[in-house]
Design a protein around this ligand. Structure first.
Ligand code: ADP
Ligand code: MG
Length: 248
């Protein structure tokens, strides 16, 4: 296995509050890696640091072997580190197909700028069609996004994100506001798509049973610090985690 993401002593202070303190995290390529912890543990802060929305107080971040500490969200996204659903907003005035095609073109632009090749004439439209089928929106692909109800909009967001072809996709509570059934089907959809396309997935999800069932690795944060990391079974068996978090 190879490492796709590594943080070293990553620290973020807000005044006297340490939201992340010396976080050392290693994410292996191709895995689903979840971050859990009570409210205020620093999960979103960690994702914000990694994706460049916040600048660390100290420490460093390496992505695909390169130091990306202090880079802007845009620079980070161009490297293939995506955070749903912020870089890739849904455009209400465009159809579902157009939304996904724009995102597929972003992936093409990224490739051509990385490889400095003029050969960026790939079939963004064809890929958009495939992705809309994958997320179950094929029959609505020519409807404007503004007409989509909540659930379909989430599916569209997933499609848009997939179309950008990230190497690492970070999802901060992607199912917030959904019922349990929708949560499970959405998370499973994202995981299947990531699997098929070889993405690495990092996930913050509050439903602990879902996290346990889909994760390869779980990092547990408490008051900004990593208190455990391991497989779901290892984390479940960890006494400190049980005390702090699982109410065991
Ligand atoms: P989680 O996502 O695990 O619920 P957060 O990362 O959002 O936790 O927050 C961790 C701590 O940092 C909380 O105490 C929160 O109030 C604080 N915090 C987060 N963002 C900011 C900010 N921009 N300014 C000041 N404090 C913040
Ligand atoms: Mg949060």
């Amino acid at each position: 296995m190879s490492t796709i993401l590594e943080t070293e002593n990553l620290t973020k202070r807000f005044g006297s509050l340490t939201a992340n303190g010396d976080v050392n995290l290693t994410v292996e390529s191709g895995t689903t890696h979840s971050v859990i912890g009570p409210n205020g543990a620093g999960k979103s802060t960690l994702f914000n640091l990694i994706t460049g929305l916040l600048e660390p107080t100290s420490g460093s971040i390496r992505f695909n072997g390169e130091d990306i500490t202090g880079e802007s969200p845009h620079e980070v996204a161009r490297r293939g580190l995506a955070r749903s659903f912020q870089i890739t907003d849904v455009f209400d005035g465009l159809t579902a197909f157009e939304n996904v095609r724009v995102a597929a073109q972003f992936a093409d632009d990224r490739r051509s700028s990385m490889w400095r090749s003029a050969d960026s004439l790939t079939d963004a439209g064809g890929r958009a069609t495939e992705i809309l089928e994958d997320v179950g929106l094929a029959d609505r692909s020519h409807q404007r996004a503004a007409e989509f109800a909540y659930g379909d909009r989430r599916k569209l967001e997933i499609g848009i994100t997939m179309a950008t072809e990230p190497d690492l996709l970070m999802l901060d509570e992607p199912t917030a506001g959904m019922g349990r059934e929708d949560t499970i089907s959405t998370v499973q959809l994202v995981q299947r798509l990531a699997d098929e396309r070889g993405f690495t997935l990092m996930l913050i999800e509050h439903d602990i049973e879902i996290v346990m069932s889909i994760s390869d690795t779980i990092t547990v944060l408490q008051r900004g610090e990593v208190i455990a990391e391991g497989t779901p079974d290892e984390v479940r068996a960890d006494e400190e985690v049980q005390r702090a978090y699982l109410g065991g």
